[in-house]
Design a protein around this ligand. Structure first.
Ligand SMILES: Nc1ncnc2c1ncn2[C@@H]1O[C@H](COP(=O)(O)OP(=O)(O)OP(=O)(O)O)[C@@H](O)[C@H]1O
Length: 306
């Protein structure tokens, strides 16, 4: 079974306010799915529905191919989540804190705590007092808690929020490790696309409760590929010449004597040389890049809350 999550037109209203509208998301086994959206876009609302902390107003979903409340409850045992920061007792050790949750949640096996700490590379912190840990380490203890019971799916709501750059790298590497070595499928939300851009294999862009686009990392990369923009007096002639001399076929001719060239992006001088040698008037040649964040902003626009 390759689909871990499939939602069918999930909507959530709070009174007359629609926080999620007809959300259709598919997450495949092995994915690191980046759920990206501004503050208030509906990320937490969606993740809370997945974990059963909230019910959709309408729509259904499947977890591990299971739907219906009873089946979902069972499927949720295969899931770990950090939605809000879990509460840990500051004066207790990391190990004691996790042991408390292990018993509370009925997770069998005393070694579950050690295995969870090992999974997030902090077994050595087991006997440290929680209050003595750095923010990055505290974040990892939260991850260890989510990993207890060895889930196949991790649901992480903004786990990178508030971390400094080295903390961000640590958590990213950890997420990659859990995905690769522990075969955990991960859904992770963020309001900053670039935080996820090195790890996510798929993305969903959420804007004001609507999933505006869902695409793979490769598709996103392709959409953001840079190109060369050439303005020339005779586009037809230049296209014929670059096809013949450079073998480029991947280009687009636009109105206003403009060509967008998606090959040879690093060597614009080859094109300008050919244009000049073949008697064309080259008006302009520029390398263009679409930045990930710009692409994202074109989809979701500015942040209403800022
Ligand atoms: N219990 C609630 N009652 C009423 N409105 C709510 C409730 N929970 C969330 N909302 C509203 O629903 C919208 C979506 O909130 P949500 O927390 O899901 O967004 P988010 O994308 O997770 O944003 P953030 O990054 O700020 O947490 C917001 O406008 C929020 O104010």
């Amino acid at each position: 079974m390759s689909e871990i999550i499939r939602t069918n037109n999930i909507s959530k209203n709070y009174g007359s306010f629609t926080a999620l509208r007809d959300m259709n998301i598919t997450i495949k086994k092995g994915d690191i799915y980046g759920l990206v959206g501004n503050n208030g876009a509906g990320k937490t609302t969606f993740l809370r529905i997945l974990t059963g902390q909230s019910q959709p107003t309408s729509g259904t979903f499947e977890l591990f191919g299971k739907s219906g409340e009873k089946e979902l409850q069972r499927a949720r045992r295969r899931t770990g989540a950090i939605i809000e920061q879990p509460c840990f007792y500051p004066k207790l050790t990391v190990g004691k804190n996790l042991e408390y949750y292990r018993i509370q949640r009925g997770i069998p096996g005393k070694d579950s705590v050690d295995r969870a700490l090992e999974a997030v590379n902090i077994l050595e912190a087991k006997n440290k007092k929680f209050s003595d840990l750095s923010l990055g380490m505290k974040q990892r203890v939260g991850l260890a808690l989510a990993m207890m019971g060895e889930p196949e799916l991790l649901i992480l709501d903004e786990p990178i929020n508030g971390l400094d750059p080295s903390g961000i790298i640590e958590i990213r590497n950890l997420i990659l490790k859990l995905n690769k070595e522990n075969n955990v499928t991960i859904i992770i939300s963020s309001h900053i696309l670039s935080e996820l851009s090195n790890i996510a294999t798929s993305y969903g862009f959420l804007n004001k409760g609507v999933l505006v686009e869902q695409l793979t990392a490769k598709e996103l990369e392709d959409k953001c590929t840079s190109y060369i923009e050439v303005k020339v007096d005779n586009t037809k002639k230049l296209c014929a010449v670059i096809e013949e001399k450079l073998g480029y076929k991947n280009y687009k001719v636009l109105p206003g004597n403009v060509i967008h060239l998606f090959e040879g992006i690093k060597e614009p001088e080859k094109v300008s040389k050919l244009a000049v040698e073949n008697g064309m008037a080259l008006k302009e040649i520029t390398q263009k890049m679409i930045k990930l964040e710009d692409y994202y902003m074109s989809l979701v626009g500015g942040n209403d809350n800022e």
